[in-house]
Ligand binder design. Structure first.
Ligand code: 6PG
Length: 243
């Protein structure tokens, strides 16, 4: 597994580098496969990356009609809910770029969670590249508890190895989530963690100090190990402060 660790002076510098990296990954995928499939991360950290991708010159460097956007996870809420990962991406990115509606594939959080998971799994089967679906790029965040996507410690979602999408009840949040599972995430050609802030530094250090061949299920992000792709951790200085 090829793993890169890149540290930036600020979240803004991280966002600029991430936007350029995404443009580059998308360009080469379109060159070779005439499309790029990207699973977006939720939470707050990715917002400035999405906002940059929606502004010139960044937005002019992507052939949006050849991009298909997905989500790594979603909260069990409607798309206009303040907690919705779709809503955040829609405000920061989708509403400002010429991507065809049919290229935007959200997890329907308004459905009963198991139905939303089943529907999304059906959608993923349509991605070329076999089973599990092979995303061009998966963007991920990191929780201070070591979760990524909605793979929270001590949940069944972390152990799932056959279903590509599962519903999971996160007791600490008292909330349902729908999430891609490790087989799908690890099948991606590129995986990028976007991590910012001092509150993540201990978890970043615990994960990156570990032998990649000895992941800890209690730190689900340590289980992100691409089977054939490239893994990049993009950190701001605060998140990397204990490395
Ligand atoms: C979500 C994300 C989740 C997120 C982390 C970090 O739906 O919340 O998928 O995994 O990336 O919780 O969130 P922040 O970027 O807001 O710290």
């Amino acid at each position: 597994m090829e793993r890169k660790i890149q540290v930036y002076a600020s979240l803004h510098e991280l966002a600029r580098a991430a936007a350029n990296k995404i443009i580059n990954i998308a360009y080469y995928a379109i060159q070779s496969q005439d499309r790029a499939t990207i699973a977006l991360a939720g939470g707050n950290t990715p917002r400035p990356v999405y906002e940059l991708l929606a502004t010139p010159p960044y937005c002019d460097q992507i052939q949006w009609q050849k991009i298909h956007l997905f989500w790594g996870d979603e909260r069990a809420v409607p798309p206009d809910h303040p907690d919705s990962n779709f809503r955040m991406a829609n405000e920061a990115l989708l509403g400002n770029i010429p991507i065809p509606d049919e290229n935007v594939h959200r997890i329907r959080g308004e459905l009963e969670p198991s139905a939303a998971a089943a529907e999304y799994a059906d959608l993923l089967r349509k991605i070329p590249g076999g089973i599990p679906p092979q995303f061009t790029l998966v963007l991920l965040g990191l929780g201070a508890d070591g979760h990524t996507a909605s793979l929270f410690p001590q949940t069944t979602a972390v152990e799932e190895r056959s279903r590509n999408v599962v519903e999971v009840y996160v007791s600490k949040l008292k909330a349902w989530r729908v999430t891609l599972t490790l087989p799908v995430l690890n099948a991606a050609s590129h995986i990028i963690f976007l991590v910012s802030g001092r509150q993540k530094a201990e978890t970043v250090q615990k994960i990156l100090a570990r032998d990649p061949n000895n992941p800890d299920p209690l730190l689900p992000a340590s289980l992100i190990q691409p089977t054939h792709g490239q893994l990049t951790w993009m950190l701001d200085r605060e998140a990397a402060s204990l490395l």
